[in-house]
Design a protein around this ligand. Structure first.
Ligand SMILES: Cc1cc2nc3c(=O)[nH]c(=O)nc-3n(C[C@H](O)[C@H](O)[C@H](O)COP(=O)(O)O)c2cc1C
Length: 184
């Protein structure tokens, strides 16, 4: 069975990312054809990149890198839950992405974003990053507004219509994850 990781893209204390990722997971696990796993980068205690070799050389020296690589290696595709920080992704998410390389390759990714402009600029950056990682980014995307899907910018109350967009995005991630598995 395919396994899709729902990557929690913020490590900030009091982050909105936890509630958003949990909501995505609750919708996703209604499907019985695919396994989903919440992958919280905060659980991996990654420092700022401290590997001596570029990750594409696959010579990981640190235990935290090996543990992170092992987790991402078990996944066939990804849903990145990302806030927008200064029109891009959080430094914590970019750092976690940068740590490893081959474990991302030939897999698919979809995006759930939030922010004052629904996190769309962060996702545009992520799509460029995905290209370098040889990850196929799907078109369907879930865009949550800090103004209308959160109360006081902090209590997550998503509009009901977003459930449909989560499922549309998951349909594409699942299809492409299955197709790309044949390449690996
Ligand atoms: C460092 C920083 C930069 C931010 N920059 C933006 C921004 O450029 N655009 C935007 O819409 N929101 C921005 N925000 C607001 C965040 O999108 C919002 O606080 C969101 O809840 C952060 O995600 P988190 O709570 O999961 O960490 C920024 C927040 C922080 C902490």
């Amino acid at each position: 069975m395919l396994k899709i990781g729902i990557i929690v893209g913020s490590t900030r204390p009091g982050r909105n990312a936890s509630a958003v990722a949990q909501w995505v997971n609750d919708i996703a696990i209604k499907r019985t054809d695919v396994d989903f796993e919440l992958v919280d980068i905060a659980d991996y205690d990654l420092p700022l990149l401290d590997e001596p070799y570029p990750p594409a050389m696959a010579q990981y020296t640190k235990d935290h890198t090996k543990i992170w690589a092992k987790k991402i290696n078990t996944l066939d595709g990804f849903v990145f839950v990302t806030p927008e920080y200064n029109h891009s992704v959080s430094a914590a998410l970019k750092n976690a992405i940068d740590f490893i390389y081959a474990e991302w390759n030939n897999k698919a990714a979809g995006f759930v974003s939030y922010g004052s402009a629904s996190g769309t600029r962060a996702v545009e950056h992520l799509r460029q990053i995905m290209a370098e990682l040889q990850v196929a980014d799907v078109r369907a995307q879930v865009m949550l507004s800090l103004f209308t899907d959160f109360e006081n910018f902090s209590e997550f109350k998503p509009d009901a219509r977003h459930e449909e967009s989560v499922n549309a995005m998951l349909d594409q991630v699942i299809a492409w994850s299955g197709a790309l598995k044949t390449l690996r």
